[in-house]
Design a protein around this ligand. Structure first.
Ligand code: SIN
Length: 496
């Protein structure tokens, strides 16, 4: 029986819902549990153990106790655990997809796409673990020798968001495992079930007790605050809003923690006058509507050359109009609900504000009747260049379109934000594409491509979009630190 036609209740009842500390599933020390809600029905899906401050402390103690031994395991052993986890996640793709659709809302087809994307971090970092390398060289003066070694940074706190419940967890957990770090994972309280299922799989793959400790909680600040100030913690990795990230960086300063921050974005999607418009429309649909627009990398502003704006807008709007909004488990659904009422209401308020400021609704523009937190896929045109919606991260299925007249203006508009996570640009001019790679203030550029996410690539932003990179050859270095050994000239004569 496939995951799609099995009884949902039985499936959810089969998922782990306890904390995972020191290799054991356990209830919260307070006995408290919290509700996980299906955003398409607004009904309770499951009740998950709600970690207390004491549970956070136990999780860090377990990670700290396991670090010494885990940090000395053979890279090949860590690689094989990750590779087995990749195989297990892939074998249970239907389970992971259904868990994500139920707790987060995305359609099953998209959830399956996330399983492939999320699993890939396990495979990629299984391949990186045996390749952690140092170097040995001769000092420029020809005398001393320089030995550089890489070591696991140590116990790490990983805080993951709700929008990609699997991929955002594997993007942190896999490199930490590969590097030889132990960890405490705090998944988002809106979507803890996928992370707990991943934990079950990693346990089955042979991850030793104490290496991964998982503490879903509704008291995020109270539970993680003391961990960040605890001298046993050495690393903090966070994906979420710039507002929270900024606060965490301040907290992390106390222990001078190594930090990775994957924060907010305000991605421009630029269509130049020489672009292949059909390809640009394909890319725009992906860049905007992947994950229902609930992604830091979602295109937030469409900057279209005035000479091609009418054609682009007409074709793009027709494609957006074809989205079918329904519960993600429905086979015909291509757009699920937003994750909760607050997210839906924020999107609605941004659209209302844009209309008040003079934008015109070409499509959608309204909350859809419940139950469920649905918002109509929306296209806004004639958006004033100073509209608030162009400055805010929308995190929903809304596409505001503005025009420009020159490359210089497009770059100025694209850069006119404190964020710099990703830009998308469509042009047939190779030289222009290369110029954009040097003039756009961004960590990532999709050149004639509507999706840049790839386990083999360094994901991350500049400016207020973050610090550090996840994935690629760079990703493992977030969990390593460098020790340099200065060695006296081996040919120097020693005094007898
Ligand atoms: C994000 O929204 O933070 C991540 C999106 C991705 O990895 O593609």
């Amino acid at each position: 029986m496939s995951a799609t036609d099995r009884d949902e209740h039985a499936f959810v009842a089969s998922l782990p819902t306890d904390l995972y500390i020191a290799g054991e599933w356990r209830a919260a020390s307070t006995g408290d549990r919290f509700d996980v809600i299906d955003p398409a029905t607004e009904k309770v899906l499951a009740r998950v153990a709600d970690a207390s401050v004491a549970d956070g402390e136990s999780a860090l103690a377990a990670a700290h106790a396991a670090q010494h031994e885990w940090g000395r395991t053979a890279p090949r052993e860590r690689a094989e655990i990750l590779r087995r986890a990749f195989d297990l996640v892939t074998a249970r793709a239907d389970d992971f997809a259904l868990a994500m659709t139920l707790e987060m809302g995305k359609p099953l087809a998209e959830a399956r796409g996330e399983v492939a994307y999320g699993a890939e971090f396990l495979r990629w970092f299984s391949e990186e673990a045996p390749r952690i390398a140092g170097r040995y060289s001769t000092a420029p003066d020809g005398r001393n020798r320089l030995l550089v070694v890489q070591r696991p940074v140590g116990p790490s706190l990983l805080i993951t968001p709700w929008n990609f419940p699997l991929a955002m967890a594997t993007r942190k957990v896999a490199p930490a495992i590969a590097a030889g770090c132990t960890m405490v994972l705090k998944p988002a309280a809106l979507t803890p079930l996928t992370a707990l299922l991943l934990t079950e799989v990693l346990k089955e793959a042979g991850l030793p007790a104490g290496v991964l400790n998982v503490i879903p909680t509704t008291h995020a600040e109270a539970v993680t605050g003391p961990l960040i100030k605890d001298a046993r913690l050495r690393k903090l990795s966070f994906t979420g809003s710039t507002e929270v990230g900024r606060r965490l960086i301040v907290d992390a300063a106390d222990q001078v923690l190594k930090v990775s921050m994957e924060l907010g974005g305000n991605a421009p999607f630029i269509v130049f006058d020489d672009a292949d418009i059909d390809a640009a429309v394909d890319g725009a649909v992906l860049a905007k509507m992947r994950n229902g627009g609930e992604a830091c990398v979602a295109a937030n502003r469409f900057l279209v050359h005035e000479s091609v704006c009418a054609e682009f807008t007409e074709k793009f709007t027709a494609r957006i109009a074809a989205f079918v909004t329904a519960r993600g488990t429905e086979p015909h659904s291509t757009m699920g609900p937003l994750v909760d009422a607050a997210t839906r209401d924020k999107v609605a308020a941004l659209v209302e504000g844009a209309v008040t400021e003079g934008s015109r609704v070409a499509l959608g523009g309204s909350v859809l009747p419940g139950p469920g937190y649905f918002y109509a896929p929306t296209v806004l045109v004639d958006v004033p260049h100073d509209a608030a919606i162009l400055r805010e991260e929308i995190f929903g299925p809304v596409a505001p379109i503005i025009t420009f007249t020159s490359e210089e203006e497009a770059v100025r508009l694209a850069n006119s934000t404190p964020f710099g996570l990703v830009c998308f640009a469509y042009t047939r001019d190779l030289k222009r594409g290369l110029r954009l790679a040097e003039t756009l203030e961004t960590g990532m550029l999709g050149l004639n491509a509507g999706v840049v996410s790839n386990a083999a690539a360094p994901f991350g932003g500049v400016k207020q979009s973050g610090l550090g990179r996840e994935g690629g050859a760079e990703g493992i270095h977030e969990y390593l630190e460098t020790t340099y050994v200065g060695i006296a000239d081996p040919f120097a004569e020693t005094a007898e």
